[in-house]
Ligand binder design. Structure first.
Ligand code: BTN
Length: 331
C-alpha cells in the first residue's frame, strides 16, 4: 500500500471536511505517528494540510507540482491510461523512458511524466524545449491491437482527447492542425510525438509523447518559436494548474483509447475533422526539399491528409510540415 496515495485520496474525498487521524490510521492499518510523518513530508512538498488535534486533517491546497500518488488519487480508476503513473524530476526524453518500459514488457497504460527534459524531441527531428515545471511533458505506453500502418489513428485519437481536455480546463477554443498540433489563437500550444516498435503486421508497443506549454512566459520560448508558439498562461493571462490539467488529459486519453479499442475510428475522425483548422485551407507542405501547394481536402484512410495540388492531382500526405497559406506561413 502506498500511504501518500491513500492519505491524499482520503483527504480529497473529504473535500472541505476534515478526516480524523484515528480514522485514517485504522483504515490504513498504520500508526497515527506514521500518518503524521507522511503529512509532514507532504507539507514539505508544498501541500497545505491543516492538522487539528480534535478535528483531524484537512487539505487546504496543493502545489503546482507533479506527484505520482496525487495524480493517481485525483484520477481515480481508469480502464488503461494512467493505471500506473511515474514522475521524474529530469530525464532526456519521456519517450525514451517509456520505450524502455515497453521493451521491458511493462503493462500498457503506464504514464511517465518528467518535470523537465534535457533532450525533448518533436516531429521531424526537432527539439522540444521542456523547462522545469512549466509544462506537461509526458509519454503513455500503449499496446494497441493495430497494424503499424494504422499508427496515425493513435495520434489522431490522442489529438482529439488532448483538445477536449484543454478546452474543458481552460475555456479556450483549441484547434487541431494536421496531424497533431494543438493551436490556440493560431499559435501552437501542444504537440504529440507517437513512436512505435513494430513487426511487419503488428505494433508491439507504441509511445504517445505529449508536450503542453502550460505556464511558459513569452521570453521562455526559443527565439525562432516566438511568432508561432504560445502557452496556456499567455493565452489566458493567468497560470493553469498542471496537475489538474494532467488528470483531465489522462481521463480523455483513456476514453479515446477505448474508442479505438472498440473500432470506432469513424467517430474519432469525425471529431478530428470538426476541430481541424487545416481542412479546406490552402496549404504548403514541405517534405524534405519538396514543396506541395494545394488545398487540404480531407482525411484519407490511415489518417493521411488528402491535398488537391495546384495541378489538380490528389496527393496523399503522411508526413512533412504543413503551413497554412492564410497564416502567412506562420502556423
Ligand atoms: C511535436 O509537436 O513536434 C511533438 C512534440 C512532442 C513533445 C513531447 S514532450 C513529452 C515527450 N517526450 C519527448 O521527447 N517528446 C514528447
Amino acid at each position: 500500500m502506498n500511504l501518500d496515495f491513500e492519505i491524499l485520496r482520503a483527504l480529497r474525498a473529504a473535500g472541505e471536511g476534515p478526516v480524523s487521524g484515528a480514522d485514517l490510521s485504522q483504515r490504513l492499518g498504520v500508526s497515527r505517528a506514521a500518518i503524521w510523518a507522511r503529512v509532514r513530508e507532504l507539507r514539505s512538498f508544498g501541500y497545505e494540510i491543516e492538522a487539528s488535534p480534535h478535528r483531524g486533517y484537512r487539505l487546504l491546497s496543493a502545489p503546482d507540482l507533479l506527484h505520482a500518488d496525487d495524480l493517481l488519487a485525483r484520477l481515480g480508476a481508469t480502464r488503461v491510461v494512467g493505471r500506473d503513473i511515474r514522475v521524474f524530476e529530469e530525464t532526456t526524453s519521456t519517450n525514451d523512458l517509456a520505450d524502455r518500459f515497453g521493451r521491458d514488457g511493462a503493462r500498457e497504460g503506464v504514464v511517465i511524466f518528467s518535470e523537465s527534459q534535457t533532450r525533448g524531441r518533436g516531429r521531424l527531428g526537432r527539439r522540444w524545449l521542456s523547462p522545469p515545471r512549466k509544462g506537461l511533458w509526458f509519454s503513455v505506453l500503449l499496446r494497441p491491437p493495430l497494424r503499424p500502418q494504422n499508427t496515425t489513428w493513435l495520434t489522431l485519437a490522442s489529438a482529439v482527447a488532448l483538445r477536449r481536455a484543454l478546452e474543458a480546463e481552460t475555456g479556450l477554443n483549441p484547434q487541431i492542425k494536421w496531424p497533431n498540433d494543438i493551436l490556440v489563437n493560431g499559435l501552437k500550444v501542444a504537440g504529440i510525438l507517437t513512436e512505435i516498435s513494430a513487426e511487419l503486421d503488428r505494433i508491439k508497443y507504441a509511445v504517445v509523447g505529449i508536450g503542453v506549454d502550460v505556464n511558459l512566459n513569452a521570453g521562455e520560448f526559443q527565439p525562432d518559436l516566438r511568432k508561432t508558439a504560445t502557452s496556456l498562461k499567455l493565452a489566458l493571462g493567468h497560470p493553469v494548474s498542471r496537475p489538474e490539467l494532467a488528470v483531465a488529459i489522462l481521463r480523455e486519453l483513456d476514453a479515446d483509447y477505448q474508442r479505438l479499442a472498440e473500432g470506432r475510428f469513424d467517430s474519432v475522425a469525425e471529431e478530428w475533422e470538426r476541430h481541424c483548422v487545416t481542412l479546406g485551407q490552402q496549404v504548403v507542405i514541405r517534405i524534405g526539399d519538396r514543396e506541395i501547394h494545394g488545398r487540404a481536402e480531407s482525411l484519407g484512410e490511415e489518417g493521411a491528409l488528402l491535398v488537391r495540388t495546384e495541378h489538380g492531382r490528389l496527393e496523399r500526405v503522411v508526413g512533412g510540415d504543413v503551413t497554412l497559406e492564410s497564416a502567412g506561413g506562420r502556423a
